[in-house]
Design a protein around this ligand. Sequence first.
Ligand code: AGP
Length: 616
Amino acid sequence: MCGIVGYVGSQKASTILLEGLKRLEYRGYDSAGLAVQQNGRLELARKVGRVENLVKEAAKHRFTGTTGICHTRWATHGGVTEANAHPHLSSDGKIALVHNGVIENYAAIKKFLLPKGYAFKSETDTEVLSNLIAYHYAKEPTIAGQSRFLESVRKALRHVEGTYGIAVLCLDCTGEIVAARKGSPLILGVGDKEYILASDVSALVSRTQNVVYLKDGEVVHVTPKQFFISTLDQEDVSPVVDQVTWTIDAAEMNGYAHFMEKEIFEQPAALENSMRGRFSEDGSTAKFGGLNLGPVDFRQIDRFVFLGCGTAWHSCLVAEHLIERFARVPVEVDYASEFRYRNAPLSGNPLFFVMSQSGETIDTLGALREAQRKGYKVLAVNNTVGSTIAREADGGIYQHVGPEIGVASTKAFTSQLLIGAMLALHVARMRDMSFADGVEFVSALKKAPDLVREALKQAGHIKAVAKRFSKYNDMLFLGRLSLFPIALEGALKLKEISYIHAEGYPAAEMKHGPIALINEQCPSVFFAPQGEIFNKVVSSMQEVKARKGLVIAIITEGCELPPGLADEVITIPDCHEAVLPIVATIPVQLLSYYIACERGCDVDKPRNLAKSVTVE
Ligand code: AGP
Protein backbone atom coordinates (compact mmCIF):
# COMPACT_ATOMS: atom_id res chain seq x y z
CA MET A 1 0.00 0.00 0.00
CA CYS A 2 1.19 3.58 -0.56
CA GLY A 3 1.43 6.82 1.34
CA ILE A 4 -0.19 10.10 0.28
CA VAL A 5 0.24 13.65 1.62
CA GLY A 6 -1.39 16.83 0.33
CA TYR A 7 -1.01 20.42 1.56
CA VAL A 8 -2.92 23.67 1.04
CA GLY A 9 -1.84 26.64 3.13
CA SER A 10 0.60 29.52 3.34
CA GLN A 11 3.81 27.60 4.04
CA LYS A 12 6.23 26.17 1.49
CA ALA A 13 4.39 22.98 0.50
CA SER A 14 7.46 20.90 -0.45
CA THR A 15 8.93 21.06 3.07
CA ILE A 16 5.70 19.91 4.70
CA LEU A 17 5.05 17.26 2.07
CA LEU A 18 8.50 15.68 2.41
CA GLU A 19 8.32 15.71 6.22
CA GLY A 20 4.95 14.01 6.05
CA LEU A 21 6.20 11.50 3.50
CA LYS A 22 9.06 10.43 5.77
CA ARG A 23 6.48 9.50 8.39
CA LEU A 24 4.53 7.46 5.86
CA GLU A 25 7.51 5.67 4.37
CA TYR A 26 6.69 2.49 6.28
CA ARG A 27 3.57 2.22 4.11
CA GLY A 28 5.62 1.63 0.98
CA TYR A 29 9.05 2.65 -0.19
CA ASP A 30 9.70 1.56 -3.78
CA SER A 31 9.71 5.13 -5.14
CA ALA A 32 8.43 8.59 -4.20
CA GLY A 33 7.44 11.86 -5.81
CA LEU A 34 5.82 15.25 -5.35
CA ALA A 35 4.01 17.88 -7.41
CA VAL A 36 3.74 21.55 -6.41
CA GLN A 37 1.67 24.31 -8.01
CA GLN A 38 3.88 27.32 -8.79
CA ASN A 39 4.48 29.94 -11.51
CA GLY A 40 1.46 28.67 -13.45
CA ARG A 41 2.96 25.17 -13.60
CA LEU A 42 2.66 21.80 -11.94
CA GLU A 43 6.29 21.25 -10.91
CA LEU A 44 7.14 17.55 -10.48
CA ALA A 45 10.02 15.63 -8.87
CA ARG A 46 10.10 11.83 -8.69
CA LYS A 47 12.77 9.29 -7.67
CA VAL A 48 13.12 5.53 -7.32
CA GLY A 49 14.05 4.29 -3.83
CA ARG A 50 13.59 5.86 -0.44
CA VAL A 51 12.13 9.26 0.38
CA GLU A 52 15.68 10.42 1.10
CA ASN A 53 16.43 10.12 -2.63
CA LEU A 54 13.44 12.35 -3.37
CA VAL A 55 14.59 14.91 -0.79
CA LYS A 56 17.91 15.19 -2.64
CA GLU A 57 16.13 15.45 -6.01
CA ALA A 58 13.66 18.05 -4.70
CA ALA A 59 16.57 20.22 -3.60
CA LYS A 60 17.48 20.64 -7.30
CA HIS A 61 14.04 22.13 -7.96
CA ARG A 62 13.23 25.58 -6.66
CA PHE A 63 9.97 24.60 -5.02
CA THR A 64 8.22 27.71 -3.70
CA GLY A 65 4.54 26.84 -4.11
CA THR A 66 2.15 26.54 -1.16
CA THR A 67 -0.07 23.81 -2.62
CA GLY A 68 1.12 20.31 -3.44
CA ILE A 69 0.72 16.57 -3.26
CA CYS A 70 3.20 13.74 -2.78
CA HIS A 71 3.36 9.95 -2.64
CA THR A 72 5.50 7.03 -1.58
CA ARG A 73 4.82 3.90 -3.62
CA TRP A 74 4.43 0.17 -2.96
CA ALA A 75 4.30 -1.16 -6.53
CA THR A 76 1.18 -2.96 -7.72
CA HIS A 77 0.95 -2.33 -11.48
CA GLY A 78 4.28 -1.71 -13.19
CA GLY A 79 7.84 -2.09 -12.05
CA VAL A 80 9.81 0.11 -9.69
CA THR A 81 10.87 2.84 -12.12
CA GLU A 82 10.83 6.63 -12.17
CA ALA A 83 8.25 6.60 -14.95
CA ASN A 84 5.92 4.57 -12.73
CA ALA A 85 6.47 6.76 -9.65
CA HIS A 86 3.62 9.08 -8.63
CA PRO A 87 2.44 11.83 -9.12
CA HIS A 88 1.17 11.09 -12.60
CA LEU A 89 0.53 14.02 -14.94
CA SER A 90 -2.23 13.80 -17.53
CA SER A 91 -0.90 14.00 -21.07
CA ASP A 92 -2.43 17.46 -21.52
CA GLY A 93 -0.51 18.66 -18.44
CA LYS A 94 -3.67 19.81 -16.65
CA ILE A 95 -3.97 17.17 -13.91
CA ALA A 96 -1.46 15.75 -11.39
CA LEU A 97 -2.59 12.82 -9.26
CA VAL A 98 -1.33 10.46 -6.56
CA HIS A 99 -3.16 7.22 -5.79
CA ASN A 100 -3.24 4.44 -3.23
CA GLY A 101 -5.21 1.38 -4.34
CA VAL A 102 -5.90 -0.60 -7.53
CA ILE A 103 -7.99 0.47 -10.51
CA GLU A 104 -9.25 -2.89 -11.72
CA ASN A 105 -10.79 -1.63 -14.99
CA TYR A 106 -7.77 0.48 -15.98
CA ALA A 107 -7.28 -1.40 -19.26
CA ALA A 108 -10.83 -0.62 -20.43
CA ILE A 109 -10.44 3.04 -19.47
CA LYS A 110 -7.09 3.20 -21.29
CA LYS A 111 -8.71 1.69 -24.40
CA PHE A 112 -11.39 4.41 -24.20
CA LEU A 113 -8.86 7.25 -23.86
CA LEU A 114 -6.20 6.25 -26.43
CA PRO A 115 -8.35 7.08 -29.51
CA LYS A 116 -9.11 10.45 -27.89
CA GLY A 117 -5.46 11.42 -28.04
CA TYR A 118 -4.39 10.74 -24.48
CA ALA A 119 -0.85 9.39 -24.22
CA PHE A 120 0.61 7.13 -21.52
CA LYS A 121 4.21 7.13 -20.31
CA SER A 122 3.93 4.56 -17.49
CA GLU A 123 2.75 0.98 -16.91
CA THR A 124 0.58 2.04 -13.98
CA ASP A 125 -3.18 1.94 -13.49
CA THR A 126 -2.92 5.34 -11.80
CA GLU A 127 -1.93 7.27 -14.94
CA VAL A 128 -5.18 6.12 -16.51
CA LEU A 129 -7.11 7.96 -13.80
CA SER A 130 -5.17 11.23 -14.23
CA ASN A 131 -5.97 11.16 -17.96
CA LEU A 132 -9.61 10.25 -17.32
CA ILE A 133 -10.00 13.24 -15.01
CA ALA A 134 -8.31 15.43 -17.62
CA TYR A 135 -10.71 14.08 -20.24
CA HIS A 136 -13.76 15.02 -18.15
CA TYR A 137 -12.18 18.35 -17.22
CA ALA A 138 -11.72 19.20 -20.90
CA LYS A 139 -15.26 18.12 -21.63
CA GLU A 140 -16.90 19.65 -18.55
CA PRO A 141 -18.74 22.90 -19.23
CA THR A 142 -18.36 25.57 -16.59
CA ILE A 143 -21.48 25.21 -14.45
CA ALA A 144 -22.35 28.19 -12.26
CA GLY A 145 -21.70 27.40 -8.62
CA GLN A 146 -20.12 24.07 -9.44
CA SER A 147 -16.36 23.58 -9.50
CA ARG A 148 -15.38 22.22 -12.90
CA PHE A 149 -12.35 20.61 -11.28
CA LEU A 150 -14.41 18.89 -8.57
CA GLU A 151 -17.05 17.77 -11.02
CA SER A 152 -14.46 16.26 -13.41
CA VAL A 153 -13.01 14.19 -10.56
CA ARG A 154 -16.45 12.97 -9.56
CA LYS A 155 -17.35 12.01 -13.13
CA ALA A 156 -14.08 10.11 -13.59
CA LEU A 157 -14.45 8.22 -10.30
CA ARG A 158 -17.93 7.08 -11.23
CA HIS A 159 -16.27 5.01 -14.00
CA VAL A 160 -13.64 3.46 -11.72
CA GLU A 161 -13.88 -0.12 -10.44
CA GLY A 162 -11.48 -1.02 -7.65
CA THR A 163 -10.06 0.93 -4.73
CA TYR A 164 -8.57 4.37 -4.43
CA GLY A 165 -7.33 7.01 -2.10
CA ILE A 166 -6.39 9.94 -4.34
CA ALA A 167 -5.24 13.56 -4.15
CA VAL A 168 -5.46 15.66 -7.31
CA LEU A 169 -4.08 19.04 -8.47
CA CYS A 170 -5.42 20.99 -11.44
CA LEU A 171 -3.19 23.44 -13.31
CA ASP A 172 -5.95 26.04 -13.58
CA CYS A 173 -7.12 25.82 -9.95
CA THR A 174 -4.47 27.43 -7.77
CA GLY A 175 -4.57 26.58 -4.09
CA GLU A 176 -7.02 23.73 -4.54
CA ILE A 177 -6.82 19.97 -3.99
CA VAL A 178 -9.57 17.46 -4.66
CA ALA A 179 -9.23 14.17 -2.79
CA ALA A 180 -11.40 11.07 -2.57
CA ARG A 181 -11.40 7.59 -1.08
CA LYS A 182 -12.89 4.19 -1.68
CA GLY A 183 -11.21 1.32 0.16
CA SER A 184 -7.96 3.19 0.90
CA PRO A 185 -7.69 5.50 3.91
CA LEU A 186 -7.57 9.28 3.65
CA ILE A 187 -7.63 11.78 6.51
CA LEU A 188 -7.97 15.59 6.37
CA GLY A 189 -6.02 17.52 8.99
CA VAL A 190 -7.67 20.87 9.77
CA GLY A 191 -4.86 23.19 10.78
CA ASP A 192 -4.48 26.91 11.45
CA LYS A 193 -5.31 28.40 8.02
CA GLU A 194 -3.96 25.26 6.38
CA TYR A 195 -5.17 21.78 5.44
CA ILE A 196 -3.17 18.56 5.25
CA LEU A 197 -4.40 15.37 3.60
CA ALA A 198 -2.70 12.09 4.49
CA SER A 199 -3.09 8.34 4.34
CA ASP A 200 -2.65 8.19 8.09
CA VAL A 201 -2.44 10.47 11.08
CA SER A 202 1.32 10.17 11.63
CA ALA A 203 1.95 12.39 8.57
CA LEU A 204 -0.06 15.35 9.88
CA VAL A 205 -0.19 15.08 13.69
CA SER A 206 2.85 17.35 14.08
CA ARG A 207 0.81 20.22 12.56
CA THR A 208 -2.70 19.55 13.88
CA GLN A 209 -4.66 17.13 16.02
CA ASN A 210 -7.99 18.11 14.45
CA VAL A 211 -8.86 15.51 11.84
CA VAL A 212 -11.72 14.46 9.59
CA TYR A 213 -11.72 10.78 8.64
CA LEU A 214 -13.05 10.57 5.08
CA LYS A 215 -15.43 7.70 4.43
CA ASP A 216 -15.65 5.49 1.34
CA GLY A 217 -17.45 7.30 -1.48
CA GLU A 218 -16.64 10.78 -0.14
CA VAL A 219 -14.84 13.53 -2.04
CA VAL A 220 -13.25 16.54 -0.36
CA HIS A 221 -12.54 19.84 -2.15
CA VAL A 222 -9.90 21.87 -0.31
CA THR A 223 -9.28 25.57 -0.98
CA PRO A 224 -7.07 28.00 0.98
CA LYS A 225 -10.00 29.14 3.09
CA GLN A 226 -12.26 26.11 3.54
CA PHE A 227 -13.10 22.54 2.59
CA PHE A 228 -16.25 20.87 1.38
CA ILE A 229 -17.08 17.18 1.61
CA SER A 230 -19.61 15.57 -0.68
CA THR A 231 -20.42 12.24 -2.25
CA LEU A 232 -19.81 11.17 -5.84
CA ASP A 233 -23.50 11.93 -6.38
CA GLN A 234 -23.04 15.58 -5.28
CA GLU A 235 -24.73 15.18 -1.88
CA ASP A 236 -23.19 17.43 0.75
CA VAL A 237 -21.64 15.74 3.80
CA SER A 238 -21.40 17.47 7.18
CA PRO A 239 -17.84 16.90 8.39
CA VAL A 240 -17.14 15.53 11.87
CA VAL A 241 -13.87 16.88 13.26
CA ASP A 242 -12.20 14.39 15.62
CA GLN A 243 -9.29 14.93 18.00
CA VAL A 244 -6.17 12.76 17.67
CA THR A 245 -5.27 11.46 21.14
CA TRP A 246 -1.48 11.10 20.66
CA THR A 247 1.32 13.50 19.77
CA ILE A 248 4.12 13.19 17.24
CA ASP A 249 6.50 12.07 19.99
CA ALA A 250 4.75 8.69 19.96
CA ALA A 251 5.91 8.30 16.37
CA GLU A 252 9.56 9.21 17.10
CA MET A 253 12.37 6.67 17.53
CA ASN A 254 13.49 8.21 20.87
CA GLY A 255 17.06 6.94 20.82
CA TYR A 256 16.41 3.36 19.72
CA ALA A 257 18.18 2.00 16.65
CA HIS A 258 14.91 1.09 14.95
CA PHE A 259 11.19 1.56 15.51
CA MET A 260 10.94 -2.21 15.87
CA GLU A 261 13.42 -2.18 18.76
CA LYS A 262 11.53 0.70 20.40
CA GLU A 263 8.20 -1.08 19.97
CA ILE A 264 9.57 -4.36 21.39
CA PHE A 265 10.74 -2.55 24.52
CA GLU A 266 7.52 -0.51 24.72
CA GLN A 267 5.48 -3.67 25.24
CA PRO A 268 5.15 -3.53 29.04
CA ALA A 269 3.67 -0.03 28.78
CA ALA A 270 1.61 -1.03 25.76
CA LEU A 271 0.09 -3.96 27.67
CA GLU A 272 -0.74 -1.65 30.57
CA ASN A 273 -2.52 0.70 28.14
CA SER A 274 -4.47 -2.17 26.59
CA MET A 275 -5.70 -3.26 30.05
CA ARG A 276 -6.35 0.17 31.57
CA GLY A 277 -9.91 0.53 32.88
CA ARG A 278 -10.95 -2.85 31.55
CA PHE A 279 -11.45 -4.92 34.72
CA SER A 280 -14.69 -5.10 36.70
CA GLU A 281 -15.02 -3.31 40.05
CA ASP A 282 -15.06 -6.68 41.87
CA GLY A 283 -11.87 -7.63 40.01
CA SER A 284 -13.24 -10.94 38.76
CA THR A 285 -13.66 -10.30 35.04
CA ALA A 286 -12.75 -8.09 32.09
CA LYS A 287 -15.09 -5.41 30.75
CA PHE A 288 -15.13 -3.59 27.41
CA GLY A 289 -16.94 -0.38 26.54
CA GLY A 290 -17.44 -0.82 22.82
CA LEU A 291 -18.77 -4.35 22.24
CA ASN A 292 -22.35 -3.08 21.85
CA LEU A 293 -23.44 -6.49 23.13
CA GLY A 294 -24.87 -7.03 26.61
CA PRO A 295 -24.52 -10.18 28.73
CA VAL A 296 -27.85 -11.56 27.49
CA ASP A 297 -26.78 -11.25 23.83
CA PHE A 298 -23.33 -12.64 24.66
CA ARG A 299 -24.95 -15.62 26.39
CA GLN A 300 -26.73 -16.55 23.16
CA ILE A 301 -23.46 -16.74 21.21
CA ASP A 302 -22.82 -20.40 20.36
CA ARG A 303 -19.36 -19.92 18.86
CA PHE A 304 -16.82 -17.33 17.80
CA VAL A 305 -15.21 -16.85 14.42
CA PHE A 306 -11.88 -14.99 14.37
CA LEU A 307 -10.49 -13.58 11.12
CA GLY A 308 -7.20 -11.84 10.36
CA CYS A 309 -4.08 -11.77 8.20
CA GLY A 310 -0.41 -12.43 8.96
CA THR A 311 0.51 -11.71 12.55
CA ALA A 312 -3.10 -10.80 13.31
CA TRP A 313 -4.10 -14.30 12.20
CA HIS A 314 -1.63 -15.71 14.71
CA SER A 315 -3.31 -13.72 17.50
CA CYS A 316 -6.63 -15.20 16.36
CA LEU A 317 -5.18 -18.70 16.87
CA VAL A 318 -4.13 -17.87 20.43
CA ALA A 319 -7.54 -16.34 21.17
CA GLU A 320 -9.10 -19.57 19.89
CA HIS A 321 -7.00 -21.62 22.30
CA LEU A 322 -7.72 -19.45 25.34
CA ILE A 323 -11.46 -19.00 24.73
CA GLU A 324 -11.95 -22.75 24.23
CA ARG A 325 -9.73 -23.54 27.21
CA PHE A 326 -11.31 -21.16 29.69
CA ALA A 327 -14.79 -20.32 28.36
CA ARG A 328 -15.45 -23.72 26.78
CA VAL A 329 -17.06 -22.04 23.75
CA PRO A 330 -16.09 -23.32 20.26
CA VAL A 331 -13.96 -20.98 18.16
CA GLU A 332 -13.19 -21.09 14.44
CA VAL A 333 -10.26 -19.22 12.92
CA ASP A 334 -9.76 -18.43 9.26
CA TYR A 335 -7.45 -16.34 7.14
CA ALA A 336 -9.53 -13.27 6.26
CA SER A 337 -8.43 -13.61 2.64
CA GLU A 338 -9.77 -17.17 2.51
CA PHE A 339 -13.00 -16.53 4.39
CA ARG A 340 -14.16 -13.80 2.04
CA TYR A 341 -14.22 -16.12 -0.98
CA ARG A 342 -14.69 -19.70 0.24
CA ASN A 343 -18.38 -19.19 1.07
CA ALA A 344 -18.19 -21.29 4.25
CA PRO A 345 -21.54 -22.74 5.38
CA LEU A 346 -22.59 -20.63 8.36
CA SER A 347 -25.36 -21.43 10.84
CA GLY A 348 -26.35 -20.90 14.46
CA ASN A 349 -25.44 -17.74 16.30
CA PRO A 350 -21.70 -17.06 15.82
CA LEU A 351 -20.07 -13.77 16.81
CA PHE A 352 -17.33 -12.65 14.44
CA PHE A 353 -14.14 -10.89 15.46
CA VAL A 354 -11.60 -9.37 13.10
CA MET A 355 -8.08 -8.63 14.34
CA SER A 356 -6.27 -5.80 12.61
CA GLN A 357 -3.59 -3.41 13.89
CA SER A 358 -4.00 -0.93 11.04
CA GLY A 359 -7.73 -1.36 10.56
CA GLU A 360 -7.12 -0.95 6.81
CA THR A 361 -6.05 -4.43 5.65
CA ILE A 362 -8.22 -4.92 2.62
CA ASP A 363 -8.60 -8.70 3.04
CA THR A 364 -9.74 -8.27 6.63
CA LEU A 365 -12.10 -5.45 5.62
CA GLY A 366 -13.46 -7.69 2.88
CA ALA A 367 -14.04 -10.53 5.34
CA LEU A 368 -15.80 -8.15 7.74
CA ARG A 369 -18.11 -6.99 4.96
CA GLU A 370 -18.74 -10.61 3.86
CA ALA A 371 -19.81 -11.67 7.35
CA GLN A 372 -22.01 -8.58 7.74
CA ARG A 373 -23.52 -9.27 4.31
CA LYS A 374 -24.57 -12.68 5.65
CA GLY A 375 -26.26 -11.00 8.59
CA TYR A 376 -23.67 -11.54 11.32
CA LYS A 377 -22.32 -9.05 13.84
CA VAL A 378 -18.60 -8.35 13.50
CA LEU A 379 -16.49 -6.84 16.28
CA ALA A 380 -12.99 -5.52 15.65
CA VAL A 381 -9.84 -5.65 17.77
CA ASN A 382 -7.96 -2.73 16.27
CA ASN A 383 -5.18 -0.27 17.04
CA THR A 384 -6.12 2.62 14.74
CA VAL A 385 -8.90 4.96 15.82
CA GLY A 386 -11.00 6.12 12.88
CA SER A 387 -9.75 3.36 10.59
CA THR A 388 -12.10 1.84 8.05
CA ILE A 389 -12.45 -1.43 9.95
CA ALA A 390 -13.03 0.44 13.23
CA ARG A 391 -15.83 2.44 11.59
CA GLU A 392 -17.50 -0.39 9.72
CA ALA A 393 -17.46 -2.97 12.54
CA ASP A 394 -20.52 -3.38 14.77
CA GLY A 395 -18.34 -2.58 17.76
CA GLY A 396 -14.97 -3.51 19.07
CA ILE A 397 -11.95 -3.08 21.29
CA TYR A 398 -9.26 -0.49 20.67
CA GLN A 399 -5.78 -1.68 21.58
CA HIS A 400 -4.48 1.78 22.66
CA VAL A 401 -0.79 0.87 22.12
CA GLY A 402 0.01 3.99 20.07
CA PRO A 403 1.23 4.05 16.47
CA GLU A 404 3.18 0.96 15.43
CA ILE A 405 5.68 2.16 12.81
CA GLY A 406 7.91 -0.90 12.33
CA VAL A 407 6.54 -2.99 9.47
CA ALA A 408 7.01 -6.12 11.58
CA SER A 409 4.29 -6.08 14.19
CA THR A 410 5.39 -6.49 17.82
CA LYS A 411 3.54 -4.47 20.49
CA ALA A 412 0.29 -4.66 18.55
CA PHE A 413 0.59 -8.46 18.48
CA THR A 414 1.14 -8.95 22.21
CA SER A 415 -1.65 -6.43 22.86
CA GLN A 416 -3.96 -8.57 20.70
CA LEU A 417 -2.90 -11.65 22.69
CA LEU A 418 -3.77 -9.83 25.93
CA ILE A 419 -7.14 -8.69 24.60
CA GLY A 420 -7.84 -12.25 23.43
CA ALA A 421 -7.12 -13.47 26.97
CA MET A 422 -9.39 -10.75 28.42
CA LEU A 423 -12.15 -11.81 26.04
CA ALA A 424 -11.72 -15.42 27.16
CA LEU A 425 -12.13 -14.25 30.77
CA HIS A 426 -15.12 -12.04 29.90
CA VAL A 427 -16.95 -14.96 28.27
CA ALA A 428 -15.81 -17.56 30.82
CA ARG A 429 -17.22 -15.49 33.69
CA MET A 430 -20.56 -15.42 31.89
CA ARG A 431 -20.47 -19.20 31.89
CA ASP A 432 -18.77 -21.57 34.29
CA MET A 433 -15.72 -19.72 35.65
CA SER A 434 -16.06 -19.05 39.37
CA PHE A 435 -15.55 -15.71 41.06
CA ALA A 436 -12.33 -16.98 42.67
CA ASP A 437 -10.94 -18.28 39.40
CA GLY A 438 -11.86 -14.99 37.77
CA VAL A 439 -9.98 -13.04 40.43
CA GLU A 440 -6.93 -15.28 39.92
CA PHE A 441 -7.14 -14.78 36.14
CA VAL A 442 -7.32 -10.97 36.51
CA SER A 443 -4.34 -11.08 38.85
CA ALA A 444 -2.39 -13.11 36.28
CA LEU A 445 -3.20 -10.64 33.48
CA LYS A 446 -2.11 -7.69 35.62
CA LYS A 447 1.30 -9.34 36.01
CA ALA A 448 1.86 -9.53 32.25
CA PRO A 449 3.72 -6.18 31.92
CA ASP A 450 6.22 -7.08 34.64
CA LEU A 451 6.69 -10.58 33.23
CA VAL A 452 7.47 -9.03 29.85
CA ARG A 453 9.93 -6.65 31.54
CA GLU A 454 11.60 -9.75 33.03
CA ALA A 455 11.73 -11.50 29.66
CA LEU A 456 13.22 -8.38 28.04
CA LYS A 457 16.16 -8.63 30.43
CA GLN A 458 17.35 -11.60 28.31
CA ALA A 459 18.03 -9.20 25.42
CA GLY A 460 21.82 -9.30 25.88
CA HIS A 461 21.88 -13.10 25.92
CA ILE A 462 19.52 -13.33 22.95
CA LYS A 463 21.71 -10.90 21.03
CA ALA A 464 24.64 -13.31 21.52
CA VAL A 465 22.49 -16.26 20.39
CA ALA A 466 21.43 -14.23 17.34
CA LYS A 467 25.04 -13.54 16.46
CA ARG A 468 25.75 -17.30 16.50
CA PHE A 469 22.70 -18.15 14.35
CA SER A 470 22.62 -15.21 11.95
CA LYS A 471 24.43 -17.05 9.14
CA TYR A 472 21.89 -19.85 8.69
CA ASN A 473 19.44 -19.70 5.82
CA ASP A 474 16.80 -21.99 7.23
CA MET A 475 15.21 -22.27 10.68
CA LEU A 476 12.27 -24.16 12.22
CA PHE A 477 10.12 -22.86 15.09
CA LEU A 478 8.29 -25.50 17.09
CA GLY A 479 5.65 -25.14 19.78
CA ARG A 480 2.51 -26.83 20.99
CA LEU A 481 -1.00 -25.79 22.03
CA SER A 482 -1.08 -22.04 22.67
CA LEU A 483 2.60 -21.77 21.70
CA PHE A 484 2.17 -23.25 18.24
CA PRO A 485 0.85 -19.86 17.02
CA ILE A 486 3.86 -18.25 18.71
CA ALA A 487 6.09 -20.62 16.70
CA LEU A 488 4.30 -19.38 13.58
CA GLU A 489 4.82 -15.78 14.71
CA GLY A 490 8.52 -16.36 15.41
CA ALA A 491 8.96 -17.82 11.93
CA LEU A 492 7.10 -14.92 10.34
CA LYS A 493 9.17 -12.32 12.21
CA LEU A 494 12.40 -13.97 11.09
CA LYS A 495 11.23 -14.31 7.48
CA GLU A 496 9.97 -10.78 7.08
CA ILE A 497 12.94 -8.86 8.52
CA SER A 498 15.99 -11.12 7.96
CA TYR A 499 14.82 -12.90 4.78
CA ILE A 500 15.84 -16.28 6.29
CA HIS A 501 13.47 -19.07 5.26
CA ALA A 502 11.68 -20.09 8.48
CA GLU A 503 8.67 -22.26 9.22
CA GLY A 504 6.53 -22.74 12.32
CA TYR A 505 5.07 -26.13 13.19
CA PRO A 506 3.37 -27.93 16.05
CA ALA A 507 6.38 -29.66 17.68
CA ALA A 508 4.83 -33.11 17.35
CA GLU A 509 4.46 -32.55 13.62
CA MET A 510 8.25 -32.71 13.16
CA LYS A 511 8.24 -36.46 12.68
CA HIS A 512 5.54 -36.23 9.98
CA GLY A 513 7.86 -34.66 7.42
CA PRO A 514 9.70 -31.51 8.50
CA ILE A 515 12.35 -33.59 10.30
CA ALA A 516 13.66 -34.41 6.81
CA LEU A 517 14.96 -30.85 6.76
CA ILE A 518 17.09 -31.34 9.86
CA ASN A 519 20.85 -31.26 9.52
CA GLU A 520 23.69 -29.09 10.82
CA GLN A 521 22.49 -26.24 8.58
CA CYS A 522 18.90 -26.10 9.81
CA PRO A 523 18.58 -25.08 13.48
CA SER A 524 15.31 -25.47 15.41
CA VAL A 525 13.78 -23.17 18.02
CA PHE A 526 11.64 -25.10 20.52
CA PHE A 527 9.17 -23.68 23.05
CA ALA A 528 9.39 -26.01 26.07
CA PRO A 529 7.39 -24.53 28.97
CA GLN A 530 6.63 -26.26 32.25
CA GLY A 531 3.57 -28.47 32.02
CA GLU A 532 1.93 -31.60 30.70
CA ILE A 533 3.66 -31.65 27.35
CA PHE A 534 7.16 -30.64 28.49
CA ASN A 535 8.47 -34.18 28.18
CA LYS A 536 6.86 -34.58 24.77
CA VAL A 537 8.67 -31.48 23.53
CA VAL A 538 11.92 -32.78 25.00
CA SER A 539 11.43 -35.95 22.95
CA SER A 540 11.03 -33.86 19.79
CA MET A 541 14.23 -32.01 20.64
CA GLN A 542 16.04 -35.33 21.06
CA GLU A 543 14.83 -36.48 17.62
CA VAL A 544 16.34 -33.31 16.16
CA LYS A 545 19.56 -33.68 18.15
CA ALA A 546 19.93 -37.29 16.99
CA ARG A 547 20.11 -35.92 13.45
CA LYS A 548 22.77 -33.32 14.26
CA GLY A 549 20.25 -30.48 14.27
CA LEU A 550 21.10 -27.47 16.46
CA VAL A 551 18.51 -26.68 19.14
CA ILE A 552 17.56 -23.33 20.70
CA ALA A 553 15.28 -24.05 23.66
CA ILE A 554 12.93 -21.43 25.12
CA ILE A 555 12.00 -22.72 28.57
CA THR A 556 10.19 -21.38 31.61
CA GLU A 557 12.02 -20.94 34.90
CA GLY A 558 12.31 -24.22 36.81
CA CYS A 559 12.44 -26.45 33.72
CA GLU A 560 15.28 -29.01 33.69
CA LEU A 561 16.50 -30.06 30.23
CA PRO A 562 18.64 -33.18 29.83
CA PRO A 563 22.32 -32.08 29.82
CA GLY A 564 23.68 -31.26 26.35
CA LEU A 565 20.27 -31.42 24.66
CA ALA A 566 20.02 -27.70 23.79
CA ASP A 567 22.80 -25.75 22.10
CA GLU A 568 21.33 -22.50 23.47
CA VAL A 569 18.76 -21.99 26.23
CA ILE A 570 16.60 -18.88 26.71
CA THR A 571 14.69 -18.78 29.97
CA ILE A 572 11.46 -16.84 30.48
CA PRO A 573 9.57 -16.38 33.75
CA ASP A 574 7.06 -19.07 34.65
CA CYS A 575 3.53 -17.66 34.42
CA HIS A 576 -0.20 -18.32 34.16
CA GLU A 577 -1.08 -20.11 30.92
CA ALA A 578 -3.23 -17.19 29.77
CA VAL A 579 -0.14 -14.97 29.76
CA LEU A 580 2.39 -17.55 28.54
CA PRO A 581 1.92 -16.79 24.82
CA ILE A 582 2.65 -13.10 25.47
CA VAL A 583 5.81 -13.79 27.48
CA ALA A 584 7.01 -16.50 25.06
CA THR A 585 6.73 -14.05 22.16
CA ILE A 586 9.43 -11.75 23.56
CA PRO A 587 12.46 -14.01 22.87
CA VAL A 588 11.46 -14.72 19.27
CA GLN A 589 10.85 -11.03 18.58
CA LEU A 590 14.30 -10.23 19.95
CA LEU A 591 15.93 -13.18 18.18
CA SER A 592 14.58 -12.14 14.78
CA TYR A 593 15.42 -8.48 15.42
CA TYR A 594 19.04 -9.15 16.38
CA ILE A 595 19.57 -11.68 13.57
CA ALA A 596 18.22 -9.13 11.05
CA CYS A 597 20.59 -6.50 12.49
CA GLU A 598 23.49 -8.93 12.23
CA ARG A 599 22.59 -9.48 8.58
CA GLY A 600 22.44 -5.74 7.91
CA CYS A 601 18.78 -5.85 6.88
CA ASP A 602 16.51 -2.82 6.86
CA VAL A 603 14.55 -3.84 9.93
CA ASP A 604 11.84 -1.16 9.85
CA LYS A 605 11.31 -1.24 6.08
CA PRO A 606 11.93 -4.83 4.93
CA ARG A 607 12.05 -5.39 1.17
CA ASN A 608 8.76 -6.03 -0.65
CA LEU A 609 6.65 -5.37 2.47
CA ALA A 610 4.35 -2.57 3.62
CA LYS A 611 2.87 -1.88 7.03
CA SER A 612 -0.72 -2.29 6.03
CA VAL A 613 -1.77 -4.14 2.89
CA THR A 614 -4.63 -2.13 1.43
CA VAL A 615 -4.50 -3.83 -1.98
CA GLU A 616 -5.54 -7.43 -2.75
C1 AGP B 1 3.22 -8.48 10.72
O1 AGP B 1 4.57 -8.51 11.19
C2 AGP B 1 3.15 -8.30 9.23
N1 AGP B 1 3.74 -7.07 8.89
C3 AGP B 1 1.78 -8.55 8.63
O2 AGP B 1 1.62 -9.95 8.63
C4 AGP B 1 0.55 -7.94 9.34
O3 AGP B 1 0.34 -8.57 10.58
C5 AGP B 1 -0.68 -8.21 8.46
O4 AGP B 1 -0.48 -7.54 7.24
C6 AGP B 1 -1.99 -7.74 9.11
O5 AGP B 1 -1.94 -6.36 9.32
P1 AGP B 1 -3.11 -5.66 10.24
O6 AGP B 1 -2.96 -6.24 11.61
O7 AGP B 1 -2.82 -4.20 10.16
O8 AGP B 1 -4.43 -6.05 9.62
